[in-house]
Each structure stands twice: as C-alpha cells, then as structure tokens.
Design a binder for this molecule. Structure first.
Ligand code: ZN
Length: 279
C-alpha cells in the first residue's frame, strides 16, 4: 500500500492514479492524512479489498508531506560508519538522537528557502510508526512500522555547530528543512526493507549514494532503543541518518546554492524534488 497526501487529502496511490480515501470509503476514514495512523491496520485491510476503479490521475504538484502533525520526530545522527568517519568522529556505540521540530516538514516538491549559504544536504530513510510502541523488542519492531518514506534532513551547519553544545535540533528545523514523501510505502511492497539504495543529487551530479543495510543501528534496533525510553505513537517519525557525501565534510566544504533543485531518491519508495531559493 502507498499512502499520500493529494490536494491535502488522504489518498492511496495506485498505478492508475490516486484514490481518495474519505469519499471511496463513504466516510469510514477521514480526509486528514495525519488521522490515518491510529487506524492503520484497518486502513490496510480496507485498501486490500478495493479495486483501482476510483483512481484519478494527479499532477505531482498536488502531493504534500504524507505526515504533517506527528507527536514526535526523532532523528539519528552519524548512523552510517562512513558518514561518522567523514565527520571525524568514532562510530557511535549508542544512537545520537535529536529532533527536527514538526514545523520544518514540507512536501516532496515544495520550494525550500535557504536561510544562509551554509545549508547542507542529508538524504534519509524515514520510518513512520503505525502502532503504539513501548518497550518493543527488536524482533517485533517491524510490526510497529506503518511504512517508509523519503526524507531530507536539511541542516544549517553554522547554527547546528554553534555554541558550547551543538544545536542539532534547531539548526535542522528552519521552515522547509524536512521535505518528506512522496508516499508512505508499507514494508511488504519492498523486496528487502532492510536494504534500500538511497541517493541525492543536484542536476547531473550525484552527491550521496548508499544502502540502508550499512546503518549502524537498523530500523528494528532504532525502534527498540527509542521505545525503551519514549513511547512511540502512530504517526511519529524517525529520520534514520544519512550516508556519506555531505557538503560539510568536503574539502573545501560545499553547500546548497539557490536556483538549483535537490533530488532525493530511495529505490522502491520514490523521489523528492525540491527547488531551492535564496533568503
Ligand atoms: Zn541527518
């Protein structure tokens, strides 16, 4: 199942187009995508039994962030060995956790305003929680995941690294710093949800390319470790970290330029295309 926000409304994406969930379910489910996760299993059962006949084509521009009002957004720093190495730090022995404040979430094709000339790219697999998770064991973790989507953990490096203690959460939460989408894909749609190729590029130039099997802490491990402390609620997000190739680690460092479009891709899930403008 692929679930998206089309013209602001909860929709299933099929090969023939988008199916509006509220109208085709005769009001059984609401139109607000953020309300879907509390009844995720029910939505899946309903979606399985229906045909494509109510699907209508839609332009990409109608797609918004599939989640806009999560109760919590977790993000994991340094979760790929080679990214930790390029950042000049040891591989973490425990996840480095921060938050992206929810006001930074934006759609898969939205224009993002760069607040400075020091904004960096980080393509990431994003986990959407589908079931209340508290003290969940690793082997049961996937059953608490609604699905996976593509995210960008845009980062203003000067603010992120300013002061006596780094400001990861604030430096990564300017408006538009959390592009998300284009759809939430349930794990059963993917050949191997533990090994997905992810990449990001500007124009023809590939900036990052990696595989999620190289994460230091896998999706099940992250769900287990986070839910050991914080109860995870349906709709909560986990940005799982970025592979090597960020601009800050380059010599000389390099950052995003206005007038370009940042493209972020995860095979089997989809692609974000975010044009960038100056402040
Ligand atoms: Zn990140």
């Amino acid at each position: 199942m692929r679930v998206a926000r089309v013209s602001g409304r909860l929709s299933l994406l099929t090969e023939s187009g988008a199916v509006d969930v509220e109208s085709t379910s005769d009001g059984r489910f609401g139109a607000d995508p953020d309300t879907a996760f509390a009844r995720w299993d029910e939505l899946r059962d309903w979606a399985e039994d229906r045909s494509d006949r109510d699907a209508v084509p839609y332009p990409d521009e109608q797609l918004g962030a599939p989640v806009l009002a999560p109760s919590q957004v977790f993000a994991i720093g340094l979760n790929y060995r080679d990214h930790a190495a390029e950042s000049g730090v040891a591989t973490p022995s425990t996840p480095a956790v921060f938050t992206k404040f929810a006001s930074c979430l934006t759609g898969p094709y939205e224009t993002v305003r760069l607040p400075s000339d020091g904004v960096d790219w980080e393509v990431e697999l994003v986990v959407v929680i589908g079931r209340h998770a508290e003290g969940v064991a690793e082997q049961n973790a996937w059953s608490h995941v609604a699905g996976l989507t593509v995210g960008q953990d845009l980062s203003e490096r000067a603010l992120q690294l300013a002061g006596p203690a780094p400001q990861f959460s604030l430096g990564k939460s300017y408006p538009g710093f959390g592009p998300l989408g284009p759809a939430i894909v349930t794990p059963d749609e993917l050949a191997n949800p533990d090994d997905l190729e992810l990449s990001c590029s500007v124009g023809e130039e590939v900036l990052q390319k990696g595989r999620t099997r190289d994460m230091v802490f896998s999706v099940p491990e992250l769900v287990a470790r986070l839910s050991a402390v914080c109860p995870l609620r349906p709709g909560d997000l986990i940005f799982t970290g970025t592979p090597p190739g960020v601009g800050m680690a380059r010599k000389p460092p390099r950052f995003l330029a206005p007038g370009t479009t940042l493209i972020s891709t995860i095979d089997g899930i989809g692609q974000l295309r975010n044009p960038l403008t100056a402040r």
